[in-house]
Design a protein around this ligand. Sequence first.
Ligand code: ADP
Ligand code: MG
Length: 388
Amino acid sequence: MSQDLRDLVRQEFEAAYGTTPIGVWSSPGRANLIGEHTDYNEGFVLPFGIDRRTFAAVGVRDDTRIRVGSTFSDEVAEIDIAELSPEAVDGWAAYPLGVAWALGQLGHADLAAVPGVDIMLESDVPVGAGLSSSAAIEGAVAIALAELWRLDLTRVELARVGRKAENDFVGAPTGIMDQMASLLGRDDAAVFIDCRSEEAEAVDLGLAENDLAILVIDTQVEHQHASGGYRERRASCEAGAAALGVASLRDVTVDDLPRAQQLLDDVTFRRVRHVVTENQRVLDTVATLASEGPTAIGELLDASHRSMRDDFEISVPELDLAVETAQENGAIGARMTGGGFGGSAIALVHRDLVSRLQVAVDGAFAEHGFAQPVTFTVTPSAGARRES
Ligand code: ADP
Ligand code: MG
């Protein structure tokens, strides 16, 4: 599939612009293995790049304009590099054009001196399914422009460029996790990120040698509360940190929880307990992967789900049903993933059990009168790269 998209995006580039691109670059979507609502608390997350990617075919122009097209839309956006500003661009084109702008804003590129470019995008990352199609675009465009504009940037710097584009050009207040996972992924590895220091390292997952798969169960539920609930949870975490006299919940450990329980009201305490125990579960997952391998992390995934369901209260019945059905049908572990109030769950499962699990989840959803979920496996895959 990916091979096809790589060739397809070249053809689409040639059809749209009437020239051949200099190259094709790609970057993956991502899923989060564990570490939810820990990023904005300066804690730990463990996402991985997936085997669904966004491809960017890019060519250099002899003027200072940027054009960007995508099979996502009929429209080709076009602007002079000097005119790039958050006010000047809206819609999907803000993601790729925001990357060019952010390279200038962060002092990596002199936008008055770089040549114009033509960009064509093609992707098999589902949009809005919690797999970060936005970071996949940012990663592909960032790595392409860095090479064509001859900028010597690390992967972490490119991730910051992507986040700046998303935060300040698109206007979506997200952390660094998605871009780090998309840029730093490796085959059969996750990316362990310390969101305080923004240091990241690849952690071997060992799924292939253990014949394991990760099944995504997209409940197709999109809750209206998602953004309000996210803001509210974030505010609770900030209130909890302030009441405990720390800069962020990163500074609270499991041993501090008894004291926190005495100081905080019940709801704030449970929000704090989720974040504190979730940080510990990420650390325990990294340690367990190294010492015992992936078959031993199931209970950590299950505990993460219980914590989000009972303490952070961001699950919904469809997510709980997906997780329980997976657990009852042979999954090693399962949890909801992403911001909550809908979206997807993931299950770690032996390859031979994937179909059985898919059938069981479909059946359970039908029995409960829920709309059919969409299920598919994802394979931890390499981060941004030049394809051709
Ligand atoms: P996600 O969870 O998938 O990252 P976001 O809302 O953060 O969801 O980003 C989705 C947006 O990214 C889309 O609404 C669109 O503007 C843009 N996008 C995603 N994929 C593409 C694509 N292939 N081409 C152009 N724009 C895209
Ligand atoms: Mg996104």
